[in-house]
Ligand binder design. Structure first.
Ligand SMILES: Nc1ncnc2c1ncn2[C@@H]1O[C@H](COP(=O)(O)OP(=O)(O)O)[C@@H](O)[C@H]1O
Ligand SMILES: [Mg+2]
Length: 380
């Protein structure tokens, strides 16, 4: 989960990184008061979970409280790369001498973290890396050993950061470790005209797998999610809502991903990603079908299961039980293959549900489901 800038700023401050004074609001009138409290001038910043706000007009310097109110009115409700601005942060303006870039990011391939730093901060680091790759320094950090001060010195030296930023690098690493983050980024980290090192913008991505012990931002996470995703998450399902009309249920992320591709190849669009995992029980199948069928956009469902450790007759048993519980109103195409497929298919044949049909191949099943979804509208 990504945090908002103001949340990242809060974490930085708690870990002793210098940040500008700031406050968040969704009201232009309140923005005026905040600017006054900050000394009159304020930088008004859209709070959206995407970068490049400055370029999009979502960061504005206001010369006085009235201008801060006006800028907030302008920025609130703005659309930045598909994100609607619901709140602005008003920050104390600082006099910038130079902008730097620092981050730690998970490097999955290397099984560790990567420190990335540059003396050319302010713009998106991808642009700097594309135009002047030599200006971006990358240093691997072993997660078990952690970041030593010696490594921080090496990063700062190599990137041409001022010596005081070594302390920021060390503290930023502590943010990453203590908060279970996959990414912490400060862009820009600035040296002010009076020689201070201040973090002016922050991005933090938390590791969702650590959610159980990082409950602090939990509530916001739940309210931010799509309602169907929230329901699925409450049932412990691996579900992602998509834009199409064919509901997809499969076992194993790889199989489900290919199923999405095959559905798209048949000229329909998948309505969701749902991986019921190995050992898919009747309960999980019922929960999965109920979530997928409750999506009003779904016109047909494709169940694609390849029995490995999971036996297809157990999956078929799950589908049969789920049918009684969920009472579907839309066609369901089932493809069972692999371990105990014949017994599974026989179970479904015996149930003979009018809305359930079987296909022997993934392509065949997808094209049937796509046909149902793109044909005349179905009831419910
Ligand atoms: N408190 C501040 N004081 C002075 N300038 C700021 C302040 N906050 C941001 N800026 C300037 O605005 C630019 C863009 O703001 P930033 O927070 O990095 O948003 P984004 O990266 O989304 O464009 C920064 O690079 C910096 O030059
Ligand atoms: Mg920035």
């Amino acid at each position: 989960m990504d945090l908002y800038e103001h949340q990242a700023r809060e974490l930085f401050a708690e870990h002793g990184i210098v940040v500008p004074r700031a406050e968040v609001t969704d009201s232009p009138a309140r923005a005026r008061e905040i600017a006054r409290a900050l000394g009159g001038r304020a930088v008004v910043k859209a709070q959206v979970k995407t970068g490049g706000r400055g370029k999009a007009g979502g960061v504005r310097l206001a010369a006085d409280p009235a201008a801060a109110e006006e800028a907030s009115r302008h920025i609130l409700g703005m659309d930045i790369k598909g994100h609607r601005v619901e709140a602005v942060m008003l920050a104390e303006p600082v006099d910038i001498q130079q902008e730097f870039y620092v981050s730690y990011v998970l490097d999955r391939a290397a099984g560790g973290f990567l420190a990335v730093a540059s003396a050319e901060g302010g713009t998106e680091i991808e642009e700097v890396a594309a135009e002047r790759p030599e200006a971006v320094v990358r240093v691997p950090v072993d997660p078990a050993a952690g970041l030593t001060t010696a490594t921080a010195v090496r990063i700062a030296d190599a990137a041409g950061l001022p010596p005081q930023s070594v302390d920021v690098l060390v503290r930023l690493w502590q943010v990453l470790v203590r908060e279970d983050a996959l990414l912490v980024e400060v862009n820009p980290l600035v040296r002010t005209v009076d020689g201070r090192i201040v973090a002016l913008d922050g991005k933090v991505t938390l590791d969702d797998n650590a959610h159980f012990r990082q409950t602090r931002w939990g509530e916001r996470h739940a309210t931010a999610a799509d309602p169907l995703e929230a329901r699925a998450a409450a049932k412990g399902l691996n579900y992602v809502k998509l834009d199409g009309e064919v509901g997809v249920i499969g076992n194993g992320a790889g199989l489900v991903m290919s199923t999405l591709d095959v559905v798209a190849g048949c000229g329909a669009r998948p309505a969701n990603f749902l991986d019921i995992g190995g050992g898919a029980s009747a309960r999980v199948m019922a929960d999965g079908l109920s979530v997928v069928l409750s999506d009003p956009a779904v016109k047909s469902v494709l169940v694609n299961v390849f029995g490995g450790i999971t036996a297809c007759d157990a999956v078929a048993d799950g589908i049969v039980r789920a049918l009684d519980e969920v009472r579907p109103t839309k066609p369901i195409v089932v493809r069972l293959d692999g371990n105990s497929a014949a017994r599974g298919r026989a179970l479904l044949d015996a149930r003979a549900h009018p809305l359930v049909e079987q296909a022997t191949t993934m392509d065949g099943a997808a094209s049937r489901a796509a046909r149902h979804a793109t044909a005349a509208p179905t009831a419910g």
